[in-house]
Ligand binder design. Structure first.
Ligand code: ADP
Ligand code: MG
Length: 364
């Protein structure tokens, strides 16, 4: 079941929560809505679910929600065939795990309600699927947070939704549990292929889990793309800053027809540290701090001419080879940089040019 949202506006009083959002989600994909708190993710998800409605408009094409090409804008939530999981497990406290999972089926009208045996079989199957086969008789308070979210997911899946909507489902859990559940959700999705939209403010979660990432900021969509694309080819300063660590440096761009001083973005893993100068544009830096953990080390540097801070991520072997000490002078070359002059973007993978863009006296 594909999902399409057309030019959705949503105001709460004076406040604009969504400002003309359009989006297509292909059938069977796992899509992440990623953005900072307050960017409109939950509002968009609730409008897709039918729990909230877009502002009315004179243009009949605006504010529409389509499932599989069919307009469902006026269809209430209960009739959209949507499964929902929220951040705070909304399990029924007085019902067992099995009763919780069975709930959506057991409240159906007599004509569509499966038999008791069919419901019990379906519940057993779902509990196995979320790896809680032995926990059917427990009450929610006898489970861990991660287990409760898996029950919530089983309950959402019980009614065989055509669309699964998850709003920060792991948001309230510990970092390690979140990571485990993330992988588990990915493998579950690969088994079931239910079209899924997943809200998160955690960029790592979005990049690791989703087929497609929708980056939201201030009521608008900034970029839609596969994780690799939004990470490697961010469309705006907001996206590059939101998705992972990035250094900001002033660039000298006189001949690019942009203001003489613009911001140049470099990912820490694109900062190559050298002991000695290797080219005329190498930036001179001082080592402020070296931290080594696992296969990578983090080096905090300071650019000598401007005092700007610069983070570098260096493979451990290379770090050993460099044997940097606090206070050392060194040089850096950039492997890849990105800038956004006048709303466009400019990037280069040529280290000579990339480094030169930050050089004090340079213009191209
Ligand atoms: P996100 O999920 O990205 O954090 P939301 O969609 O929940 O963002 O909210 C976007 C903005 O709209 C927030 O600033 C929030 O305060 C506001 N908002 C959301 N729902 C309501 C509401 N029912 N009434 C008033 N303001 C709301
Ligand atoms: Mg939210």
């Amino acid at each position: 079941m594909s999902i399409e949202v057309r030019n959705v506006w949503k105001h709460f009083g004076e406040f604009t929560a969504l400002a003309g959002v359009s989006l297509k989600v292909e059938t069977g994909r796992l899509t992440a809505l990623l953005g900072p708190s307050g960017s409109g993710k939950t509002t968009l998800l609730r409008i897709i679910a039918g729990l909230e409605f877009a502002d009315a408009s004179n243009d009949p094409e605006w504010g529409r929600v389509l499932f599989h090409g069919e307009d469902v804008s006026g269809v209430p939530a209960g009739k959209r065939g949507v499964g929902f999981v929220f951040q705070h497990y909304a399990l029924f406290k007085h019902m067992t795990v099995a009763e919780n999972v069975a709930f959506g089926l057991s409240v159906r009208g007599r004509s569509t309600r499966p038999s008791k045996k069919e419901i019990a079989d379906r519940v057993a199957e779902l509990l196995d699927l979320v790896q809680l086969g032995k926990f059917g008789g427990r009450l929610p308070h006898q489970l861990s947070g991660g287990q409760r979210q898996r029950v919530a997911l089983a309950r959402a899946l019980a009614v065989q939704p055509k669309v699964l909507l998850l709003d920060e489902p792991f948001g309230a859990l510990d970092a390690q549990v979140r990571k485990d559940l993330r992988r588990w959700l990915r493998s579950l999705h690969e088994k079931l292929h239910v079209t899924t939209v997943f809200v998160t403010h955690d960029q790592e979660e979005a990049l690791e889990l989703a087929d497609e990432v929708v980056v939201m900021n201030q009521a608008k969509i900034e970029q839609v793309g596969e994780p690799q694309t939004v990470y490697d080819r961010p469309a705006s300063p907001f996206v590059i800053e939101f998705l992972g660590n990035v250094n900001r440096l002033t660039a000298g761009l006189a001949k690019l027809n942009v203001p003489a001083r613009d911001v140049l973005y470099v990912r820490p893993h694109d900062v190559d540290i050298r002991r000695t100068r290797t080219g005329e544009h190498d930036l001179q830096v001082r080592v402020l701090h070296v931290f080594s953990a696992g296969n990578y080390g983090r080096v905090t540097l300071q650019r000598v001419t401007t005092g700007e801070p610069l983070e570098a991520e260096v493979p451990r072997d290379r770090l050993r080879e460099l044997s940097l000490q606090q206070g050392d002078e060194a040089f850096v070359v950039f492997r890849h940089v990105r800038l956004f002059p006048k709303g466009e973007f400019f990037e280069t993978d040529v280290p000579e040019q990339a480094t030169a863009l930050a050089a004090d006296s340079y213009s191209i």
